[in-house]
Design a protein around this ligand. Structure first.
Ligand code: BDP
Length: 714
């Protein structure tokens, strides 16, 4: 009966909104189109003409076109052997020599780019998807399907696209027991125990999703790396995943523990200058490449948060990285060395430490080393200024690392669209070589002429059926990939195309949801850490507010270290009268941040300590403004709830209800953030709340007593 109804619905061209969906299909849903868009797509996909003997990558592309068109139109198109009107022609000129006559401008597309063009071929009006490689064709197929799913015109296409950053990578913080550090979407998707024999079909879907947005690398394991990852057993498991990913143009990388030669190899030392240690790594690299010939390389967290590193032997980060680079070089492998270091015995203000450590090493790294820098100088906070390392190390290729998983942004249940955060980081102007020296240009290698370039996002993916713990978190995975491919895309454009593929193309849904997503990051900043505050989260799991915590072992782990609030005022003086962190930026940036007239609200308390009565540009006091910012954040979440409440008829029941419930959680927790923060700061400022502001629901002791021993991700 249900099948009959479904068939009837398909026949009538109705996409039934109430049909339950669980989010598994991500943005690759390919649900039946309504009559009008179906006619548009059908006219341009009347048949597929492809090379006779496709490679695995081209088979993946053709498989995706078949799957997509079968979903959108009801049946996959037939194969054609000669051009005919309305055909999709997909191939490289080498594979389909008849394309050569078209003189397509493929040279600038490199190994991964593609071109899509409406042309006349042998007298027939067709759409050509062309590239230099079959991976390029795969990207082109996904791009064409994106156009088809989002309701774009398909009859007059002329587009070409190539990635601006060479290595576009997801970093999984997945442990070998399947727990995920800072993961809020279930267990690791890598079922290590049943690998390498059992290759869960989900691995292929993971590869499809990544290829569809241009991601071409995956670090499989946590940066806090278990040495066991490099045992033969686990290398075989990684090799099985690499086999699945290969046709999709995705390379496998591994995080490595710097002490591995000691722990696994039984050597007395892991000193990078010890010849035995270097030989151990060379042999290990040879072993890995024998199993995974296209292995990407190593990601290394060294001498950071207790991890071993070259510093244990009084060697520099460059000496450590270069030793590993030498082991990988014969295989064209790359070392990605993380700049996320701060040290227990360093009294320097934390956001200054990475720069102090790495800037002197500029020019000292081997040619196959990339230094990976988090977007901000502290740690993936809701908002941070860009890291001063960007632009400060012209001799070293720098990668940008962002966090897609929302460790500090409400875990999986808060709706926070991160593309505006990523965009803010990419667009930040370092002024390293004058105006326009953006972080994007630095990491693309354009500013300083580097051939190596990379960007990494800490994955938010897990074993949950919806992959990311909520349907809206899928947008952050999607947006990361799209921006990694082209950092110039706008976060709004990305939101709109994601919504159209994930839910519906109906403008009555797309416009309000895009607006809701676009405002969501600022909302989180406001209810958690307004006006440039940072790191006010509870200890360890980082769930919820704890601005009062000041008794942790290391000063820079304490929220009070960052807020510096007392009876007189709040904020961290990082100008010349304080830690002088501003001095690490290029002079125009340093001047802007140091000057109260130009720093702006977003970074005010990051760079300045100010009295509670300080007059803001608005004329209101700092205290009143702070209180109202928290409230503004909570109100914004309430507005998101109202928006969503009016959209139920556009969304299937399961996904609608989940998002509605999560927004209710977010609203409750935003209120908690506001109330707890105000209760604490008011205990110091002793000032009355501004007129109309609601007092916190509980007293400060109540908030201080809350405990969450089972919070996820820790
Ligand atoms: C911090 C996380 C911690 C990570 C660390 C890192 O709290 O779990 O290990 O970053 O990036 O944000 O190494």
């Amino acid at each position: 009966m249900t099948r009959l109804l479904l068939a009837l619905a398909l026949l009538l061209g109705i996409a039934p909104a109430a049909h339950a969906e669980d989010g598994y299909d991500l943005w690759l849903r390919y649900r039946p189109l309504a009559a009008a868009p179906r006619a548009v797509v059908a006219a341009q996909a009347a048949a597929i003409l492809a090379p006779a003997d496709p490679s695995p990558s081209l088979r993946a592309a053709l498989g995706e076109l078949d799957r997509g068109l079968a979903g959108l139109l009801g049946a996959p198109p037939p194969r054609a052997t000669t051009p005919r009107a309305g055909a999709l022609v997909i191939g490289t000129p080498a594979e389909l020599p008849r394309l050569t006559a078209l003189g397509l401008p493929l040279a600038r597309l490199g190994d991964e780019g593609y071109l899509i063009r409406s042309v006349t071929l042998d007298g027939a009006a067709v759409t050509v998807i062309a590239a230099n490689t079959d991976i390029g064709l795969l990207h082109g197929a996904f791009a064409w399907l994106r156009l088809a799913q989002t309701g774009a015109r398909l009859d007059d296409l002329d587009m070409s696209s190539a990635p601006r950053i060479a290595i576009r990578m997801l970093d999984h913080w997945d442990n070998l027991d399947r727990s995920v550090e800072r993961g809020y979407a279930g267990q690791s998707i890598w079922d290590w125990w049943r690998l390498p024999d059992y290759r869960d079909p989900r691995y292929t879907d993971y590869a499809r999703a990544n290829a569809s947005i241009g991601i071409n690398g995956a670090v499989l394991n946590n940066v806090n790396a278990a040495p066991d990852m490099l045992t033969p057993r686990f290398i075989a498991k990684a090799a099985a995943l690499a086999d699945v990913f290969r046709p999709y143009g995705i390379k496998v990388w591994l995080s490595v523990n710097f002490a591995s030669p000691k722990v696994l190899g039984g050597l007395p030392t892991a000193d990078p200058l010890d010849p035995q240690v270097a030989a151990w790594w060379r042999a290990k690299a040879d072993e890995i490449y024998a199993a995974i010939p296209d292995f990407g390389g190593f990601l290394v967290k060294a001498n950071s948060e207790g991890q071993p590193g070259p510093g244990d032997y009084h060697r520099s980060h460059a000496e450590g990285a270069n030793m590993l680079a030498a082991a990988l070089r014969p295989h064209h492998g790359i070392v990605i060395w993380r700049a996320f270091v701060y040290s227990a015995d360093n009294a320097e203000d934390r956001p200054r430490q990475a720069y102090s450590e790495f800037k002197p090493l500029d020019g000292r790294f081997a040619a196959n080393v990339i230094l990976q820098v988090k977007n901000g100088p502290v740690d993936f906070q809701p908002r941070e200024p860009f890291s001063p390392l960007f632009g400060a190390m012209p001799e070293t290729p720098l990668a940008l690392e962002v966090q897609i998983t929302k460790e500090y942004l409400g875990f999986a249940t808060h709706l926070v669209y991160l593309a505006p955060l990523f965009e803010e980081a990419l667009d930040a102007d370092t002024y390293a070589k004058g105006k326009g020296s953006t972080v994007a240009k630095v990491i693309e290698g354009r500013l300083d002429g580097h051939a190596l370039s990379a960007i990494a996002g800490v994955a938010n993916i897990g074993s949950d059926r919806d992959w990311t713990g909520s349907d809206f978190n899928q947008a952050n995975w999607y947006a990361f990939g799209r921006l990694a491919w082209n950092p110039d895309l706008s976060s709004r454009t990305i939101a709109e195309e994601w919504i159209k593929q994930t839910f519906t193309t109906d403008p009555a849904f797309v416009a309000p949801v895009a607006a809701m997503m676009m405002g969501s990051r600022q909302a989180a900043v406001d209810y958690m850490t307004p006006l440039g505050l940072a790191h006010q989260m509870a200890t360890g799991h980082h769930y919820g507010p704890a601005p009062w915590v000041g008794d942790l072992d290391r000063p820079e782990w304490n929220p009070t270290y960052y807020n510096r609030a007392d009876a007189n005022g709040i904020g961290f003086d990082r100008t010349a009268s304080g830690s002088d962190a501003v001095a690490q930026y290029a002079p125009p940036v340093a001047r802007r941040f140091a000057d109260l007239g130009t720093v702006g609200d977003d970074y005010l308390l990051w760079f300045h300590h100010l009295p509670w009565g300080y007059r803001m540009a608005s004329g209101d006091s700092l205290w009143n403004t702070l209180v109202s910012r928290y409230g503004r954040g909570v109100d914004a979440v309430a507005a998101m709830q109202r928006t969503w409440a009016g959209l139920d008829r556009y969304v299937d029941r399961e996904r609608y209800a989940k998002a509605a419930t999560f927004l209710a959680i977010q609203h409750r927790e935003a209120g908690w953030w506001r109330d707890a923060s105000i209760a604490y700061f008011q205990s110091l400022s002793k000032l009355p709340l501004p007129p109309g502001a609601r007092p916190p629901a509980h007293d400060l002791d109540y908030y201080k007593a809350l405990r969450f021993p089972y919070a996820p991700g820790h």
